[in-house]
Ligand binder design. Sequence first.
Ligand code: C2E
Ligand code: MG
Ligand code: MG
Length: 604
Amino acid sequence: MTKPKGGTPSKPSTGSSEHVTILERSDEFIRAVAASLDAYLEIDKDGKICEFSRRAEQLFFRDRSEVMGREFSIFAPIDEPNSQSNIESESFANFEWQRLIEMGPRGPISPVKEYVLVDSQNKEILCEVVSFVVADDPNCRVALWIRDISDVRRNEEALAASFLHDPLTNLPSRTMFTYQLSYALVRHQDAPGRVAILLCDVDRFKGLNDSLGHDAGDEALVALAERLKSIVRPKDVVARFGGDEFLILCEGPLAGATATHLAKRISEVLAQPMAVKDQDVYASVSIGIATSSTNAVDAVALISNADSAMYLAKRRGGNRFAMFNDSLRTEVVTRTSLENSLHRALERDELVVYFQPVVNLSSLRVVGVEALVRWNHPDQGLMAPDTFIPTAEETGLIVPIGAWVLNCACQTMETWKQGSNERQDDRIPCEPFAYTPGNGGLVEVNLSGRQIGDPDIVATVAEAISKSSLSPDQLVLEITESTLMDDPEAALSVLEDLKSLGVKLAVDDFGTGFSSLAYLHKFPIDVLKIDKSFVMEMGNREEDTAIVRAVIDLGHTLGLEIVAEGVESSNQMEILQALGCDMAQGYLFSHPLPAASLLVLENS
Ligand code: C2E
Ligand code: MG
Ligand code: MG
């Protein structure tokens, strides 16, 4: 117990912690009031103000001398509190000071309550108030600690609004949409097919953002949101799912048909350009449609179905829509199980790297090998990369898988250089090719788009080189032409960083990615690999040979080495030799083989 100030004896405490109401004006208490960020005031038995702290003066813009002895109700708004702030608080005019006084000092401290108070300018302030009786009989008083929570509440409200609404487009947010979809599914739970959603993803939005700038990207999203709103029925919901994705919810007996109709309308309205930063911008979207069924019982499942359908639309080239159906469901299930087992493939050592020779077309000697991954699946046997690399890309698993292939390729080169290659597995069909890695032999490793986007890629490559005794220029990193063209600016900066390690860079599958050689010259590349589709057609028609000739000539003019992929016949090889192609790869020389099957010659 602290000592009472001014000698007024305090009432004896009841000892009950629920009735801690006896307040003594100790020095500590006065200091606490002075230091507090909360305002403090007291009301006497007649409802008049008899204490008013410095912080209260600041909060209410009133001098202590001016308020002392006045009714406490000068702090209550004259009218009802302003409702535009959405504040559900009590009116301070109804503050129950009398009831507190009646309960006396042994009454409980009142719970924290919210009131709207006003300052000297009649400006409303939302406050949290704690009140209790001061046991300073005979002048029993009510003490109030008052905290201004206007800013806190405003921030809370803004946060809640931004959570439910997208501030850029002013559309409902993903959270809000998910709530609305959940309610719709509950409403129609006995009638599958009455709820349909469209998930729209802008095609190549990143390119638009990068070429015109983020402000223009934002403007395009706003314009797109307006177009979507302009074509839906009033009761449909359009929401921003995030980034460049929008969701539309349709309800009704013909929800699926409405969604299909809407998807067609969206393509039509987007065929007209949008004015963005005084330019005409064309955007298209890929749309996935999913309809409620007995299999998609909740909002998250339905959105995930629409997402799978949207990816199908993208895979088919974009600017179209796809419906989620049973075959897509089977595909999703297969992919999910593939994804799950791929997660374990690395841990269980199920991946293997095969090597295919790259042959110099003048000397017909093997000058390098391309590392090509395979998956030794426990149930399905040896799986080709095309069956799992796309899933590895989608899930991001390609990053650790790619790093593993890179390290494995470098380490294998290391063992070959040391001449320790021994046939370890005679069961593997042999088609041995002779390889003398020496100090100039090359090992080529494929990098996927996801790896190019991985912030650690340069460190990963540097580490793989340093862990082997390979000279950096023995490592060739292959990036497909379509990966380069996906996001040329980002690719350029990563390729420059990789190049600074001293490695060589190759463009893989050239001819399939719609770039031009002149454009590719901006990239720090050394090697061009002509896609096998062109090589295989060679000799059949004059124009196919002409394409390969043009690529070789222009590539040479730009100082690039040319590799032809997919050489299967001596005729193709001879044509390539006549065209001056530098190197070739293909079944004519060897299929890709496991490391142990390669016949490695002594260093020369
Ligand atoms: P790619 O990098 O263009 O590799 C060449 C592909 O052509 C290989 O297929 C190879 O076996 C095949 N090939 C070689 N010569 C011939 C031929 O004469 N005729 C025919 N028809 N095909 C031939 P593979 O091993 O199935 O690999 C397919 C693709 O998978 C590769 O194409 C590459 O893009 C990707 N890939 C393979 N390993 C990796 C890897 O470790 N990482 C990444 N990111 N991608 C990989
Ligand atoms: Mg390749
Ligand atoms: Mg290729």
